[in-house]
Design a protein around this ligand. Structure first.
Ligand code: UD2
Length: 312
């Protein structure tokens, strides 16, 4: 019998790519999203598949989720639904608590009740905070600097507690800077590459906060979707927290040099003061995930950027 998987946050940037990846492997998917920050257009391809069921709902709404678990006997759940904006988590800590912690806990308990063995949870490199020296390994003490990061870390702790107590397979994936098609450039806090690509395409100058020497571990959403699929389906994974990253640091100035090749007519970048709370260097160690899932990020940064520019 074909296995069915639950994906929450299915209409989001990472969610929609993950759904397509699972469908592409011949699996059945039930996708849940409340469309708070997700977009139904992202699921256009998925919704054309007979193996996809679309449910517009809040992943924390037990009245909807319980019957779904009852009906489908999920082989695994990928929980991506979240409040995704760090600044919003400062403004709305109660909402952040509900969407980023309480919902993960409720889903984990449904998994236990309905024998859904594995829960893959979207955590974030934000849990590391500013203090650790890169590259960040999963063994360092996390120091969340925002309500968002605190809730992600607390959810990890709850899920791993259920893993130890009841044998749930809880895989907490700490995503680094994910980029690629469908990332929404609309907010000033959107991913820098989605903002830059959108502005270059429209012939507008981009703003670099600080000297541009800050570095990030940018990972393509295609790689992230593949990591999610492996974490969900591979036999014998060990519950724990895992970086999802490339292990390679790219500076914004290097990013700009690549953009100059893609958009030779673009106006020069403008500079502004560094953002308050900005981290200078963020880099992950991919070794643990490599050992557990045999996962290796494959999309070279320059190629991923070209794909993004073409999509826009
Ligand atoms: C990422 C996450 C954030 C949080 C944080 C934890 C994204 C979109 N954000 O923030 O949610 O987890 O990591 O550390 O993944 N920049 C510019 N010009 C712009 C926009 C950004 O120069 O128009 C700079 C920005 O100041 C920063 C770098 O680009 O130095 C990356 O910014 P970002 O917002 O894409 O991601 P980051 O790592 O700050």
């Amino acid at each position: 019998m074909t296995q069915t998987f639950l994906v929450t946050g299915a209409a989001g940037f990472i969610g929609s790519h993950s759904v397509e990846g699972l469908l592409g492997r011949g699996l059945r998917v039930v996708g849940v999203d409340n469309l708070r920050t997700g977009h139904l257009e992202n699921l256009a391809a998925a919704r054309a598949s007979p193996d996809f069921e679309w449910v517009q709902a809040d992943a924390g709404d037990e009245a909807v989720m319980r019957p779904l678990f009852q009906r489908h006997q999920f082989a695994g759940a990928l929980h991506l639904a979240a409040l995704v904006s760090v600044p919003e988590s400062f403004r709305e800590p109660a909402l952040n608590y509900r969407l980023n912690l309480a919902t993960a806990d409720a889903l984990a308990r449904l998994c236990l009740e309905f024998d859904c063995k594995r829960l893959v949870f979207a955590s974030s490199a934000a849990v590391y905070g500013a203090t650790a020296t890169p590259p960040n390994r999963e063994s360092v003490m996390p120091q969340p600097q925002s309500p968002y990061a605190a809730a992600k870390l607390a959810a990890e702790v709850m899920l791993l507690g259920y893993a130890a107590s009841y044998g749930l397979e809880a895989v907490c994936l700490r995503y680094f800077n994910v980029y690629g098609p469908r990332q929404d450039p609309a907010s000033p806090y959107s991913g820098v590459l989605s903002i830059f690509t959108d502005r270059f395409r429209r012939g507008l100058p981009v703003t670099v906060y600080g000297d541009g020497e800050q570095t990030r571990d940018f990972i393509s959403v295609r790689d992230v979707a593949r990591a999610n699929g492996e974490a969900l389906t591979r036999p014998g994974v060990v519950s724990g927290r895992y970086n999802v990253c490339t292990g390679r640091a790219v500076s914004l100035n290097q990013v700009l040099a690549l953009y100059r090749e893609l958009f030779p007519q673009a106006p020069p970048a403008e500079h502004a003061a560094a953002r308050i709370g900005d981290i200078q260097h963020s880099l992950g160690d991919p070794d643990l995930l490599r050992r557990m899932l045999a996962f290796e990020a494959e999309v070279p940064f320059a190629q991923g950027l070209r794909e993004l520019a073409r999509w826009v």
